[in-house]
Design a protein around this ligand. Structure first.
Ligand code: DGJ
Length: 694
């Protein structure tokens, strides 16, 4: 007997089928099929042929490939009985629960007492498919690996793109050609990590940012993931995502993967990006005040580091407010005897040497300036040199002789007493002070990956969020070490990188936009001379790069010249005037003809207005700027296009392109097919172009 199911939205169809009670397989995923498609015929037509050197029937590439069915690739499940014996499950169909946008399929293996369930949900508005697998066992079992429902990868694709990175260098794209065998990425650091962002793009041949078919995946989990992108000997391709292997220490009776977010796009990689951006912003993040504008941040880290001095901080706050900041975030250094990064993590009590009257005088001052107040914590961490460690050395995760990271250990978040302790300390600070924001840091990798650790962190966050629902949280881990949809279910902003170098940020922001909308992506104007790269960048470039996302400042405002302060105030005012629509805009990566130009177009909901940020990351090879093609405009509509910062045209630009002197009315067709001819510019500068449909 053949069973089939389909999930549709306006742009895609996902078809699953199963025969002989076997586990289901995805037999079609792509552009929407006609309503009348005969799914049984499709299922049967999908079967691949058999020739010499093959099994007599091809084992299905199911949503959880089973080793017992001579599957020639990586299985979707690996587990052992409590006595250590390997289990080789073989599942049979139990039930299908079909809703209009969701499907839950249950299969069981009676011999081994196992039940496997896969759930799919399609979001008709964002076009994201969420897929999650769970496993129940009659007796406790040891789990080695459980994949989220396995998806096929397209055949007409020559390469896959995934993301690596490092401290101050997040979201670097890797392109790997498809070939027989697998690309295996496993993050065993116990946090999402700079090194292995859990995402994958599979563009079909010829796809660009703006056109063509592309598939993309994101695994929404903060404890480290495993990805397998495998081409089987017969040519079929599978994508598996799940928690890193062997992260469940104990034998248990229930397991669940995190959601795998999967997207098909028929309009380029931007189609995937827009789906993820909207889904994250409108479905995943829980906003305390959904309609409130994102406030301009000031963060004092790179201004004072651990050297907290009340009059200095007040002065900095006053200057930041004058520049346009609306939220002051007090970073590391306010608690215990935290004079440097060797001590006091977990001693979450205000340092009376630095704040003899508590935080109130600073908070009152900040509020008096019309700003709200945020504060830094690194809850999951402990320094051996801390009062809490001296009293509770057994709270630390991992062995005594483990290698420290930034002189610190992780707390064992699986212990309820650790979570209670953290909850009480954080809740006390939040209750005794008017604080509406936490920057939540996580500055070391774990001694070993453990899913219970991540669950413990989630539980603490959830508890705090329930009791303090108005407090927003920013996820930071030495910059972008914990960015994923799992943490963003509990937080509202990410610190993309510890690099405030606008040149590096320009590129990182460009790539991160495939997953992250502007509203959650923190971006700060750093010091003139960047603390992490040594690069000296003009304030205009620094300010505009920060204005591409959720804007903030992080330099010591006392270093600003009058001219710099004026530029910064102006750009900040521009950002404030535009943020309402920009925080709901789609970020579209432009296909730049000049590799030196990293450009994006933020298109408002409804398409009536846009802004283009064209960053010059290097000196171009050719002498004159190549036209920059825009995207997703209406071909026969007219747009008024204006170079916002045309006053910044350098003297070496001697020609007369119209944009240099006045707004220009051009059709969407021209802008998309020929593109905008921008004035010549120096490297490390940004052109900002506003457009409005007439
Ligand atoms: C690492 C973060 O990424 C920085 O922004 C800052 O908060 C420091 N930790 C504080 O120790």
């Amino acid at each position: 007997m053949i069973r089939t199911w389909r999930l549709d939205d306006s742009r895609q169809t996902l078809v699953l089928g199963s025969q002989k009670d076997h586990l289901a397989e995805v037999v079609y995923w792509g552009p929407r099929l006609p309503d009348g498609e005969n799914l049984e015929a499709l299922y049967r037509a999908n079967a691949i042929d058999v020739t010499g050197g093959m099994l007599d029937i091809n084992p299905e590439l199911s949503i959880c490939p089973e080793a017992t069915r001579t599957f020639p690739g990586q299985p979707g499940l690996k587990l052992r009985a409590a006595n250590g014996a390997m289990l080789l499950p073989k599942f049979c169909f139990d039930a299908a629960d079909e809703g209009c946008d969701r499907l839950a399929l249950t299969f069981s293996d009676q011999a081994n007492g196992l039940t496997y369930m896969a759930e799919f949900e399609i979001d008709g508005q964002t076009h994201v498919i969420s897929a999650q697998a769970s496993l129940r066992a009659a007796e406790p079992v040891f789990l080695h690996w459980l994949s989220a429902p396995v998806m096929p990868a397209p055949q007409l694709s020559d390469e896959m793109i995934d993301f690596a990175g490092r401290w101050c260098g997040e979201f670097q794209m890797n392109r790997t050609p498809w070939s027989p065998g697998m690309r295996y990425r496993e993050n065993r650091t116990g946090r999402t990590g700079h090194e292995h962002f859990p995402g994958l793009i599979v563009p079909c041949r010829g796809a660009t940012n703006a056109t063509g078919h592309a598939y993309a995946f994101h695994y929404g989990w903060s404890g480290g993931h495993r990805m397998v992108a495998e081409e089987l000997p017969d040519g079929r391709r599978q994508i598996q995502f799940g928690h890193a292997t062997r992260v469940e220490r104990d034998a248990q009776t229930q397991f669940q993967t995190a959601p795998l977010y999967a997207v098909f796009s028929d309009d380029g990689i931007n189609g995937c990006a827009v789906a993820f951006q909207r889904h994250l912003r409108d479905r995943v993040v829980i906003w305390p005040k959904p309609d409130a504008p994102r406030p301009v941040h000031y963060n004092c880290w790179e201004a004072v580091y651990f050297d907290h001095n009340l009059p200095v901080l007040k002065d900095i706050a006053s200057r930041a407010a004058k520049l346009g900041a609306e939220r002051f975030v007090l970073d590391d250094g306010w608690f215990g005897n935290r004079d440097d990064d060797t001590r006091a993590l977990s001693d979450w009590e205000v340092d009376p040497r630095k704040y003899p009257d508590g935080l109130t005088p600073l908070i009152d001052h900040v509020h008096g300036l019309g700003m709200s107040f945020g504060i830094w914590f690194e809850p999951e961490m402990i320094n051996p040199d801390s009062n809490v460690f001296r009293a509770n050395p057994h709270w630390a995760l991992g062995s005594e002789d483990q290698i420290l990271g930034r002189q610190q250990m992780a707390l064992n978040m699986a212990l309820p007493e650790v979570r209670d302790f953290l909850y009480e300390r954080i809740a006390k600070v939040l209750s005794e002070n008017e604080i509406d924001y936490i920057k939540w840091d996580h500055n070391r990798v774990l001694p070993m990956p453990e899913a219970a650790q991540t669950r413990g962190s989630y539980e603490l966050l959830d508890r705090l969020r329930t009791v303090f629902p108005a407090v927003e949280i920013e996820s930071c881990a030495s910059g972008g070490g914990r960015i994923d949809f799992g943490i963003l279910r509990r937080t509202q902003r990410v610190w993309l990188s510890d690099s405030n170098d606008a040149l590096e940020r320009l590129k990182m922001q460009h790539n991160a936009a495939i997953f992250l909308p502007s509203a959650v992506t923190g971006s700060h104007v750093g010091p003139r001379s960047c603390h992490t790269s040594g690069r000296v960048l003009d304030i205009r470039f620094r300010a505009w790069v920060a204005a591409q996302r959720h804007m903030g400042f992080e330099m010591d405002p006392r270093e600003l010249t009058e001219d710099e302060a004026e530029v910064l105030s102006d750009v900040t005012s521009w950002w404030k005037a535009n943020r309402a629509w920009m925080q709901r805009a789609d970020i579209l990566r432009l296909d730049s003809a000049d590799p030196a130009v990293v450009a994006e177009q933020q298109l408002a909901e409804g398409g009536g207005r846009f802004v283009v940020f064209a960053g010059k990351a290097a000196t171009s090879d050719q002498i004159a700027p190549r036209p920059l093609r825009l995207t997703r405009l209406t071909g026969d509509a007219m747009y008024r296009v204006e170079l916002v910062n045309r006053a910044d045209v350098p003297k070496l630009s001697r020609g007369t392109p119209l944009l240099k002197s006045e707004p220009v009315d051009l059709s969407g067709g021209y802008l998309m097919n020929h593109g905008l001819t921008l004035p010549w510019s120096f490297p490390e500068t940004m052109w900002v172009i506003e457009g409005a449909r007439l």
